[in-house]
Design a protein around this ligand. Structure first.
Ligand code: GDP
Ligand code: MG
Length: 176
């Protein structure tokens, strides 16, 4: 079988760990200081049940409540990993704004999304409960994970689930 080409955008407020998640998944390491202003595309090949995927991860420079999303985000992106930090209420608010803008732009009622509450290891600084994250994802009919890019917790699950959500959106049956 030929590899499937998939392009995924990582979005969210600044400093939530978008680059750290991407680098942890692609390179298997936690980088403590990564230029927050650059948009980078990472590539990785991954295999799920005999199907190979050539993944492109677009690690965006981040969005805030005033960001206008570039139109290409609605055109050649198959799915979106939307990230907030469990230590930042603002990042949680902004992820909802980003989601609404994405739907508007796509002109659809459903786009493949995985919601991620990152920095799970910083539980002492937690301000967003797991239940709040779960509820938001339920309202979007999407999957939710809490992750730690630092401790490599749930990182592979996020991207594998993202690929399966894209399959579903394409009308393919997914056996978990
Ligand atoms: P981005 O702006 O969303 O790309 O965020 P970065 O990946 O650059 O991360 C911002 C800061 O948060 C950096 O200092 C990271 O080391 C830190 N960080 C990212 N993910 C985690 C995590 O899971 N746990 C902890 N403790 N720190 C993290
Ligand atoms: Mg970054």
């Amino acid at each position: 079988m030929l590899p499937k080409q998939r392009k995924i955008a990582i979005m969210g407020y600044r400093s939530v760990g978008k680059s750290s998640l991407s680098i942890q998944f692609v390179e298997g390491q936690f980088v403590d200081t990564y230029d927050p202003t650059i948009e980078n595309t990472f590539v990785k090949t991954t295999k799920i049940k005999n199907q190979e995927y050539d993944l492109k991860l677009v690690d965006t420079a981040g969005q805030d409540e005033y960001s206008i999303l570039p139109i290409q985000y609605s055109m050649d992106i198959h799915g979106y990993v939307l990230v907030y930090s469990i230590t930042s209420p603002k990042s949680f608010k902004i992820i909802q704004i980003i989601y609404d803008k994405l739907l508007d732009m796509a002109g659809k009622v459903h786009v493949p999304v995985v919601l991620v509450g990152n920095k799970k290891d910083l539980d002492m600084d937690r301000v967003v409960t797991q239940m709040e994250g779960q509820k938001l994802a339920d309202s979007w009919k999407s999957v939710f994970f809490e992750s730690s890019a630092k401790q490599n917790e749930c990182i592979a699950d996020i991207f594998h689930t993202m690929l399966m959500e894209i399959e579903k959106a394409n009308g393919n049956t997914v056996v978990q």
